[in-house]
Write a protein that binds this ligand. Structure first.
Ligand SMILES: [Fe+2]
Ligand SMILES: [Fe+2]
Length: 227
């Protein structure tokens, strides 16, 4: 194995994603959890998940994301951003995204679960999981904005350690739900008999899942590392 490959394997996946966000596409392809599980080294992730490390290292070295992928390009420089700007970005872009799109997705998931739940019972489970995550998500966004993120901006340090612990715990919880939903929906691939609402619901869920992964990555692996 080449020296450069060894260095990459010893880095944490969160670090790799922070330094080279355009390579997040490779992590997504291999199902590597770079947000909640960002502290694990690439080597450990490969061993735990049975990923061929030579193959993934090679892809990481040669991958460049499509130029029009906003999530990657926008998070590209985030590790160099000032803490206050980073917080404003997370709140204005990612928190707003969830506040707008979660209610829309809830309506569509409810609709397709009612109409297609008999033929596709996984939709009933997805509905239950998504509603559970949504409820907790809105509480979490409020808690971060009124507590942790306000305290960081104000330089109040007394509660920050606990507030970060709470956020990490919640991110982990959401990560488990997203993984389960991804599994139940076979990666949000729609069945042949899917109607337009079914397709739109899955598209919304996939977009929400992708956005949460970048959002949690920015908090766990970039923002909290600056505190
Ligand atoms: Fe957040
Ligand atoms: Fe968060």
């Amino acid at each position: 194995m080449k020296t450069g490959e060894d260095v990459l394997l010893l880095k944490s996946v969160g670090e790799i994603a922070s330094e080279n966000p355009e390579k997040i596409g490779v992590f997504k392809k291999y199902g590597v959890d770079f947000c909640c599980g960002g502290s694990k080294t690439l080597q450990d992730v490969c061993e735990e998940s049975g990923i061929d490390r030579i193959l993934i290292v090679d892809e990481l070295k040669n991958y460049s994301a499509a130029e029009n992928d906003d999530n990657y390009s926008l998070s590209k420089k985030a590790k160099d951003w000032d803490v206050n700007f980073l917080i404003d970005y997370i709140v204005n872009i990612h928190h707003t995204f969830l506040r707008v799109h979660i209610p829309e997705a809830e309506d569509y998931v409810e609709k397709i679960a009612n109409v297609h739940g008999k033929g596709h019972p996984e939709l009933l489970k997805i509905r239950g999981l998504f509603n559970k995550m949504s409820q907790a998500m809105f509480l979490h966004l409020d808690k971060e904005e009124k507590g942790l993120l306000t305290d960081i901006k104000a330089g109040k340090t007394e509660n920050i350690k606990q507030e970060i612990e709470d956020a990490l715990y919640y991110h982990e919880y959401v990560g488990h739900i997203l993984k389960e939903m991804l599994f139940l929906s076979s990666g949000y691939s729609v069945p042949k008999d899917a109607c337009a609402s079914y397709k739109h619901a899955y598209e919304l869920l996939k977009n929400i899942s992708d956005d949460i992964m970048i959002h949690v990555h920015m908090e766990n692996n970039i923002l909290f590392k600056k505190i």
